[in-house]
Design a protein around this ligand. Sequence first.
Ligand code: PLP
Length: 287
Amino acid sequence: MSSDIVYLDGAYIAAQEAKVSVFDRGFLFGDSVYEVIPYYRGVSFRLEPHLKRLEHSLAALRIPLTLDWPAVLDELVSRNGGGNLSVYLQVTRGDAGRRTPVYDASMKPTVFACCNPIRDIYADGADGVAGIGVIVTADLRWHRCDIKANGLLPNILVLQQAREEGADEALMIRDGVLTEGGSSNLFIVKSGVLYTPKLGSEILGGTTRELVLELARAAGIPYQETDLSYENLLEADEVWISSSTRAVVPVLRVDGKTVGDGTKGPLWRRMFELFSQFHRRLMTGEE
Ligand code: PLP
């Protein structure tokens, strides 16, 4: 069992004790939203943007919920011994007592959270980060990818495809425009400029994507949020993906072809250092 104590509807209980109804709409329809938040040495990393996005997802699904999330999650992390953990939280529309697509707006949501151990990605510096390979595949998802919803079948299928083809992530493309990875956002570097797909309903507004742009702005690294093509990807000097538990990861191969000179690029190293400094400031409380 990866998580000893879980949170379920107000109670902190052993994972084996946690039970959800078979008529819960999260189970029957994927009528639910989620978040994944890293904690390092028991301290949350960028909790605020995650909670803001959660609010956005809940509002989009019209699931009403008021909860003191920082208190709930900090308590969960502490009950699981603190340390380096990712917290998974999920809110479903709740248990309808029967299977019926149309819902009653007064339903009580089901709230679940658990923890998983994670590696401290900053512990071994840039040399400790391995470059990865990606494949590019069709984006078969719906048109509200800005909602962090649990209907993840297309993501699961492309991630599995990547794994089976010896790659670590699948980048998706829709109408000739790259959107994002199965569980990450995309960045490319060309001639010293950082590019990333613009926000909208076709991608998830990643909290790490936001931090990359914030750090780039502060460091004077030029960037553009714009449409990117497969050719842009193949011609890039550097390609990165970003996500909460992985920060920024250099992509060294796209569909088996080498990116740039095949090594972790200089701008990635700079961005990783900016992330590390940000992380250090957070850990030492000198923000
Ligand atoms: N895009 C998708 C589809 C994701 O599933 C994720 C995270 O899991 C991200 C982007 C990155 O978001 P964040 O940086 O907030 O983890």
